[in-house]
Design a protein around this ligand. Structure first.
Ligand code: SAH
Ligand code: SF4
Ligand code: F3S
Length: 430
């Protein structure tokens, strides 16, 4: 049986697409391998959001060149945001790559498979993907909208993923029903801006409508969605979240900066005041909400004072999680064209460290409040001899037990907390 290995970096969308590709290869009779060197076919699912990610891709492509020299029959497929429109040039630069296909361009993958004599998994193109979905993880990622129409000045994503295209609601419902029937308990709906879901579909259904439909699916216990653009987060959506038991108290709401001039230069189209107001509205409606955010530091021209405004926002909002990144100029973006990357690398690093230090202290306080409490955990797997899963608020919880808890919703009494995870003893199942 031929074997495949999928290497994935980047966002949840890439992870979701890797799950889909794995489904395609499973249904074509391939078996998963544990590393590149054990595989007959490798897929690189790439990210270029920052230069550091792109460098990882280039490094891995170099490594695979060496492997292909030794094993000329190795098939190498590359997808994800590294694949730009200049495929001819990419092919010339990386002659050892057998197929380059844009994110989500499965017809291209299937056509290639056909040429190789790999059975076509039609169900990768038509829903429900009954056979392509061989394994149903307890927690599945479901792409609902591709691309992005926003063009934040620093961001390469719209150039690589194109304009927004929503998946028809019926197709999504069908897929989630099928997954739930086969044991999936939680779905995370993914997209670059899930808040704009549906604007391009007939009848313009929105995310709140989709959540209502998914909430009716038997067997499904939890629904999450990400990422949310603060500009497009509607009151209807907040109220829908608050009223639906299955929708988890968890939101990824990237602020990007706590300074209005920087937000303007970033083309985020909201102010700090509007962001703050939004968080208050969300907290009023959903008191248990757990919030994550993204912050970019060292955007061109960011002064010490402007950076301090991001620190103040973090202090004030007390997010559960903050993903902080140093600005990285991406060729073709507005910021790359119009601004000089003039914040020295050491200063960016220092700012990243300051935010991480502050957030570690905040998350440590927030999580320590769970000490001694019982929390519901959906068990996703095992790591280092321990079971792990997440609470509805997306806190990672570990516990040790000899039983088989995979895919089960259990109560765990928290005995240990840290800024990043919780640990405890399993109590009751339901
Ligand atoms: N759609 C999401 C984010 C997608 S990109 C949103 O609108 O927020 C994921 C994260 O990478 C972003 O939130 C941002 O914080 C970071 N990012 C994007 N471009 C970047 C760049 N050029 N340099 C540094 N960080 C960047
Ligand atoms: Fe990038 Fe902005 Fe689109 Fe997010 S909303 S993917 S940051 S352009
Ligand atoms: Fe990276 Fe593309 Fe996601 S650049 S963050 S993989 S949309």
């Amino acid at each position: 049986m031929p074997r495949y290995f999928i290497w994935t970096i980047g966002c949840q969308m890439n992870k979701a697409e890797s799950q889909q590709i794995a489904g395609y290869l499973d249904s074509a009779g391939y078996q998963a391998a544990t590393s590149f060197s054990h595989a007959d076919l490798v897929v690189l699912n790439t990210c270029v959001v920052r230069e550091s990610a792109e460098n990882k891709v280039l490094g891995t492509l170099g490594l695979l060149k060496g492997l292909k020299d030794k094993h000329p029959n190795l098939e190498i497929l590359v997808t994800g945001c590294f694949v730009n429109s200049h495929t001819q040039e990419l092919r010339r630069r990386f002659p050892h790559v057998d197929l380059l296909f844009k994110p989500g361009d499965y017809p291209e993958l299937v056509a290639w498979g056909q040429k190789q004599g790999i059975p076509i998994a039609q169900n990768l193109l038509h829903y429900p993907r009954t056979e392509a979905v061989m394994t149903c993880p307890p927690c599945a990622l479901i792409p609902i909208i591709q691309g992005c129409d926003n063009f934040c000045s620093y961001c390469i994503v719209p150039y690589r993923r194109g304009r927004e295209v929503s998946r028809p609601a019926q197709e999504i419902v069908c897929e989630v029903k099928e997954l739930a029937k086969r044991g999936t308990k939680e779905v995370t709906l993914v997209g670059q801006n899930v808040n704009s879901y549906g604007h391009d579909l007939p009848g313009h259904p929105d995310l709140a409508d989709l959540l209502s439909e998914l909430s009716n699916i038997d067997g499904l216990a939890r629904i999450r969605f990400l990422t949310n653009h603060p500009r497009d987060m509607s009151l209807k959506l907040i109220e829908t979240m608050a009223s639906m038991n299955k929708v988890c108290e968890h939101l990824e709401l990237p602020a990007q900066s706590g300074d209005n001039d920087i937000l303007k230069a970033m083309r985020r189209e909201y102010t700090v005041e509007r962001y703050r107001e939004l968080v208050y509205t969300i907290r009023r409606n959903i008191p248990q909400i757990s919030l994550s955010t993204d912050i970019v530091v060292g955007f061109p021209g960011e002064t010490e004072e402007q950076f301090e405004h991001s620190l103040s926002l973090i202090k004030e909002m007390r997010f559960d999680v903050v993903h902080v990144a140093a600005y990285s100029p991406r060729s073709g973006t507005v910021a790359w064209r119009e601004y000089q990357d003039n914040i020295p690398a050491e200063v960016k690093k220092e700012r990243v460290n300051k935010i991480e230090e502050l957030q570690t202290a905040i998350a440590s306080e927030i999580n320590s409040e769970l000490q001694g409490k019982e929390v519901g955990v959906l068990v996703e797997g095992r790591k280092g001899g321990k079971w792990f899963g997440r609470t509805r608020s997306n806190k990672l919880v570990f516990f040790e037990d000899a039983g088989d808890w995979l895919g089960q919703l259990v109560m765990v009494r928290i005995e240990k907390t840290s800024p990043w995870s919780l640990g405890g003893q399993v109590k009751i199942t339901n």
